[in-house]
Design a protein around this ligand. Structure first.
Ligand SMILES: [Fe+2]
Ligand SMILES: [Fe+2]
Length: 203
């Protein structure tokens, strides 16, 4: 276990909040890189592209509504995790293209042709990528960095629900099968029951 650095009174160059998790074995630099990649996936490759995908679900108002919940919750995930990157001493790249290219999940670009089946398939795989990425953050921080773990676990809760939603919709649309997600649409669009810091970072 790494020896804990004693941060001197008034020292603004080091953070006790970082040193305590480093002492417990967290590779803080690697964690910051993972969080930046996940933030890029939430904002650039998901929230942005889901906006385009939702537009193209025209005529499927029920699918559109579920896509809207997933889209707005990805925005909530972005808002939830970005402050943590800075708390850990990291930052976002000062260039949107560079940031986009760091994303840990493939861009959910509009498929050709933009049929409901193709769009739902893309949405499903995008949620699966998110589940893998947030699970990796949970694994890395479990029992060592309770704050990052808590934020990542809250996001993971919603990603798992999103996967279930798109399995249900794709099974219905593509195969005519009933594979229930176990839940219904949110009470209000993008409710984000686990991940939203109400009144802080979200309208
Ligand atoms: Fe997300
Ligand atoms: Fe999601």
């Amino acid at each position: 276990m790494a020896k804990q650095v004693v941060v001197q009174p008034g020292d603004v160059t080091q953070r006790v909040g970082v040193e305590v998790i480093r002492a417990r074995g967290v590779d803080v630099e690697k964690l910051i890189r993972m969080l930046v990649a996940n933030a890029a996936a939430e904002f650039a490759s998901t929230y942005y592209y889901y906006t385009i995908l939702r537009m193209n679900l025209a005529g499927h108002e029920d699918y559109k509504e579920i896509c809207e919940d997933a889209r707005l919750e990805d925005r909530a995930h972005w808002e939830l995790i970005v402050p943590r990157i800075y708390e850990l001493g990291g930052n976002l790249p000062n260039d949107l293209k560079e940031f986009h290219d760091l994303a840990g999940c493939r861009a959910a670009k509009l498929p050709d042709p933009p049929t409901a089946v193709n769009i739902l398939t893309l949405l499903l795989e995008s949620e699966r990528c998110a589940i893998r990425s947030w699970s990796a953050v949970c694994d890395m921080t479990f029992g060592k960095d309770p704050r990052t773990y808590d934020l990542a676990a809250r996001i993971l809760n919603e990603e798992i629900e999103h996967e279930a939603w798109f399995i249900e919709l794709l099974a219905h649309e593509r195969d005519g099968k009933s594979v229930p997600s176990g839940h219904f649409r949110r009470g209000e669009p993008g409710w984000a029951p686990y991940s939203k810091n109400r009144g802080f970072y979200n309208p």
